[in-house]
Structure formats: C-alpha cells, structure tokens
Design a protein around this ligand. Structure first.
Ligand SMILES: Nc1ncnc2c1ncn2[C@@H]1O[C@H](COP(=O)(O)OP(=O)(O)OP(=O)(O)O)[C@@H](O)[C@H]1O
Length: 312
C-alpha cells in the first residue's frame, strides 16, 4: 500500500505541558483516518506537527518528503483556528484561496459541494457558524488536494450539515483522496473513518478500524441507568452482572434487552431511584472510556470513576 503520510515518535511540549508524547502513525493512499480525543488530547498539535506548521521532534514524511518540501498543491489544510476576512463573501474567500494555487477547481462547483451555492454572495460575517465552517472547508478543497487534513471540520455545524459534509468527504475518499480528520464526535469517526486513532494525553491509546477497536475493547452490550449514583449502588443492588458507576451513571454489563425488566426489579428492591434507562451495544465511546478512563463525549474529558474492579 502507498503510504501518503508516515510519522514516527512525534513529540511536542509547550513549557511543562507535554502536548504530544511520542506519536507514530501512517496513513495510506485513499484512506480516511480520524483522530479522536477530548479537548486538550493533542489533536491540533498533532495536525500541526504532521503538516509542518509547528515544530516537533521525531520524523514526518508526506508523499515521501518532509512537510516543508511537499508541493503545496497536493495538500488541503483546514486549521482549527481559521479566521478569514469577514467582509468578503463566501465566493470571494474561496476565489482568494484559489488564487494561491497553480491548478484549482471551479470555485462555484466547490461552493456547491459544501452546500453554499445559495449563500455564495453573503459576506462571511453574515453567514451562520455552520456556513462559516463550510466556507473554510471549501478553501481547503479548492486546490483539489491529494491529501486533505481537516482539524475539527464539523464543529459548529448542525447535524444535517454535518451529515452533508460526511457525505462529501466520503465522496472524496471514494475518488482516492486521502483524508486525515480530527473530531471529538465519536459517531462521526465511527461512520466516516477506515481507521480511528484514539488520542489521550498526547499519546495514541489505540489505532485501528472502528470494528476491530469495538470488537477488542468495547466489551459487552450494557444497560445505562441514568441517575446520581455513587459506588455504594454497586453493592446495594442484588443482581448477577458486572456493574460499575461511571460519571454518576450505573452501568450494568452483559445485559440482553429481554433482561431489562429484571434489572429494574433489582433497582426497585434496592430502593435506588433513576431517571432513565438506555440499552446499547458497545461503541467507540465505550472503547475510549475503557482504554483511557475518560469519557471523550464530555467537555473537558472528565475522568470517569470506575468501581467494582478496574477492568471488564
Ligand atoms: N500554543 C500553546 N501554548 C501552550 N500550550 C499549548 C499550546 N497549544 C496547545 N497547548 C497545550 O497542549 C495540549 C494539547 O492541546 P491541543 O490543542 O493539541 O489539543 P486538542 O486535542 O486539539 O484540543 P481541542 O479539541 O480543545 O482543540 C493541551 O494541554 C494544550 O493546553
């Protein structure tokens, strides 16, 4: 397989803060690789290190050469912080970026691709947050890149707009564009990516296909009992299943849907109040929690308090 991006032992610190603690990965041609992690996990620093926009130790090669030597026509980069000129229209902005490259796509086609045909003549300051982000995505697409690097492209975009953007990225991937994307939306990574890198505290906790990650680390199906539980709930409830309290939620493992009623009975016998019940198969969120002890879906990535043993 052709490797478009190869990184080895990438490290970066800001003073005493270790942002990247030895990350190695590779991305093959046509692959969609998603880097997932909560705020502060190191996603932006990694994207910047991989694209040569911040100093880092270790080695990075894009298309076989260091980032600074790559033909920039081959790369489309959407940084996390990107503040274009507010008084320019979406079309003017994308045209401006088109002017930086030798070979570009038709600007109106690109605007159409990101769903902005109707608002192409609106100034950036008058676009909604989601339309602004889509304009930014368009600037990264205008040079028809072989490698597209997008740092949180869907942040601020409503669910329908996010799905449209996923469809666009899937279409690009089908055409052979290699995509490296960061997100803190687990379901986005699970749906979009061929492989997912779970980033925690500047390290890759795991890197594999969503299916394999879930198969190896996701554990059993489970019943989530929402409420304000503490560790005492686990000993109070008399039920023959593994249980843990994670972020004040009681999790009962290995439960099939037909057993939910018996769990409810056990909760009532133990006098435990709860708000709601959710049954689910394991997903990437559970994998992240299992491997790092942190819930990625929660702002700031709060630590989850595991009880009743530290592993499933
Ligand atoms: N310019 C900087 N100066 C000092 N510390 C920084 C700087 N940039 C990042 N950091 C720190 O490095 C760590 C990783 O930050 P980074 O922005 O890469 O994470 P992230 O996963 O992209 O987070 P977010 O989702 O919030 O953007 C954090 O602890 C952050 O505070």
């Amino acid at each position: 397989m052709d490797e478009v991006l190869v990184a080895s032992d990438v490290r970066r610190a800001y003073g005493d803060t270790v942002a990247l603690d030895g990350v190695s990965l590779s991305v093959t041609a046509g692959e969609v690789l998603a880097l997932v992690g909560p705020n502060g996990a190191g996603k932006t620093t990694l994207v910047r290190a991989l694209t040569g926009t911040t100093d880092a130790s270790g080695t990075v090669e894009l298309f076989g050469v260091p980032p600074e030597a790559v033909d920039r026509d081959r790369i489309g980069l959407l940084p996390q912080s990107f503040d274009p000129h507010e008084r320019l229209t979406a079309r003017e902005l994308v045209s401006y970026y088109a002017g930086l490259y030798d070979d570009t796509r038709d600007v109106d086609r690109v605007l159409d691709d990101v769903g902005l045909s109707d608002t192409a003549a609106t100034t950036y300051e008058n676009l909604s947050g989601g339309q602004q982000r889509r304009t930014c995505v368009a600037t990264a697409l205008v040079n028809d890149p072989d490698l597209l690097v997008l740092d949180e492209p869907t942040t601020g975009i409503d669910p329908a707009g996010r799905r449209d953007l996923w469809a666009l990225l899937e279409g690009l991937a089908d055409r052979g564009v290699t995509i490296l994307v960061t997100t803190h939306y687990m379901e986005e990574a699970q749906q979009l990516a061929d492989r997912v890198g779970l980033l925690a505290d500047g390290r890759l906790a795991a890197l594999d296909s969503p299916e394999r990650l879930i198969g190896e680390h996701g554990g059993d199906s489970r019943l989530l009992v929402d409420g304000t539980f503490d560790d005492s709930a686990v000993s109070a409830i008399d039920y023959p299943a593994e249980m843990r309290v994670l972020d004040e939620r009681l999790v009962v493992y290995g439960i099939r849907p037909e057993s939910i009623g018996s769990v409810v009975e056990a909760l009532e016998l133990a006098g435990l109040d709860y708000d709601s019940l959710t049954w689910k198969e394991p997903d990437l969120e559970d994998v992240y929690l299992e491997l790092t002890g942190t819930a990625v879906g929660r702002p700031g990535g709060e630590r989850a308090a595991a009880t009743a043993g530290d592993s499933q």
